[in-house]
Design a protein around this ligand. Structure first.
Ligand code: PMP
Length: 344
């Protein structure tokens, strides 16, 4: 059987093989040392480049893991619609992997999403519903409430619910963490990541703790405005991480007990680090990568000599040209790329 696309007849077997080839590109991301930013610290800081995934972020892993688990359990039937509320990257991952596995995708996202992420969602064919990201859970405008309503209106539709879905941290327990273990030849001593759903830190943390009898230290990097690290809820200026909800509404999959230490990083330091990664290391990464690397550099400065610090870089800078790399946006948010973080 063949399908016509433009002037070319494409055999369905070929399409399936292409889809499988793209799906095989999820994970196995590079781990690179920060030769410039990490110089003279007495320890090595490595960054795990999750922007290398085909959809451009760590959330390809989560999307694939959740879709496969739901297909196996029968919750997600062939061809059924996937509906998720997400700040962006999970939606992009779901849209890409949904397209490759034959599922239409509806993404409910916030009005602060970058135009680049919005464009990516449309590019992969998702239907996008934009809502007020700060609406409280009792509001009909709340993203999760909107996603629930759309699901109810679409018979057979399935919600991955990344905040509650064990297949989210499992993607990291079975994928990201074993890669880090192998790439550091088991020498990793500190693991640093931000927390959105908590899937990354919970899955990696659990694996690395198990492997080392609890010796790996797990450090959560948290932005200003987030309550994870005990701060007052406020405006969060780092996409995809932090949380201003009351503790009773924290994601079920976030394993609070796996975190040894929280580091709250000021926005100026987050964005300065993100720009330094580009200018001095040639790494174009997003603000949550700036957050994790800023925390990792602080950790490495204080850690015993010879420590091996691994920071997760969830996505690429190209998603934020209109925000983090736009001087007008930075000025509007009162963010200063501060010289005091450039020289130690
Ligand atoms: N950084 C970015 C840019 C993200 O989109 C996310 C996911 N929300 C995270 C970090 C945090 O990952 P997790 O949900 O696994 O905690």
């Amino acid at each position: 059987m063949s399908t016509m696309t433009g002037r070319h007849a494409v055999r369905e077997a070929d399409v399936a093989a292409d889809a499988a080839a793209v799906l095989a590109q999820v994970g196995n991301t590079p781990l690179v040392p920060l030769d410039v930013l990490g110089k003279g610290l007495g320890s090595t800081v490595y960054v795990k480049l999750e922007s290398d995934n085909p959809g451009g972020s760590i959330k390809d892993r989560t999307a694939l893991s959740m879709i496969r688990a739901a297909e196996r359990s029968g919750e997600l039937r062939p061809g059924a619609t996937i509906v998720e509320s997400t700040s962006g990257n999970t939606g992009i991952g779901l849209a890409l992997i949904g397209a490759l596995t034959g599922h239409p995708v509806v993404v409910v996202t916030g009005d602060t999403i970058s135009s680049e992420k919005l464009a990516a969602l449309h590019r992969y064919g998702a239907r996008v519903v934009v809502t007020d990201w700060t609406a409280p859970s009792e509001s009909p405008e709340n993203a999760r409430a909107v996603a629930a309503r759309i699901t109810a209106e679409n018979p057979g539709a399935w919600r991955p619910q990344q905040f509650d879905n064990p297949a989210n941290p499992l993607a990291h327990y079975e994928g990201t963490a074993p890669e880090i273990w192998q790439q550091t030849s088991g020498r990793v001593t500190h693991f640093v990541a931000g927390i959105g759903t908590g899937g990354t830190i919970s899955g990696n943390g659990r694996y690395l703790k198990e492997k080392t009898g609890g010796h790996v230290e797990v450090i959560a990097a948290d932005p200003v405005g987030s309550v994870y690290s005990g701060g007052h809820p406020g405006e969060i200026l780092v996409d995809g991480v932090g949380n201003s909800w009351p503790e009773a509404e924290w994601p079920k999959i976030f394993d609070r007990g796996i975190v040894d230490r929280f580091l709250r990083i000021p926005n100026n330091e987050v964005y300065t680090t993100e720009h330094r990664l580009l200018n001095e290391e040639g790494l174009s990464l997003g603000p949550s990568s700036g957050l994790a690397v800023a925390a990792a550099l602080r950790v490495a400065r204080a850690a015993p000599r010879g420590s091996v610090v691994v920071a997760i870089a969830p996505d690429a800078g190209s998603n934020y040209l209109s925000k983090a790399f736009n001087p007008v946006w930075l000025a509007d948010k009162h963010i200063h790329l501060a010289a005091e973080f450039v020289e130690e």
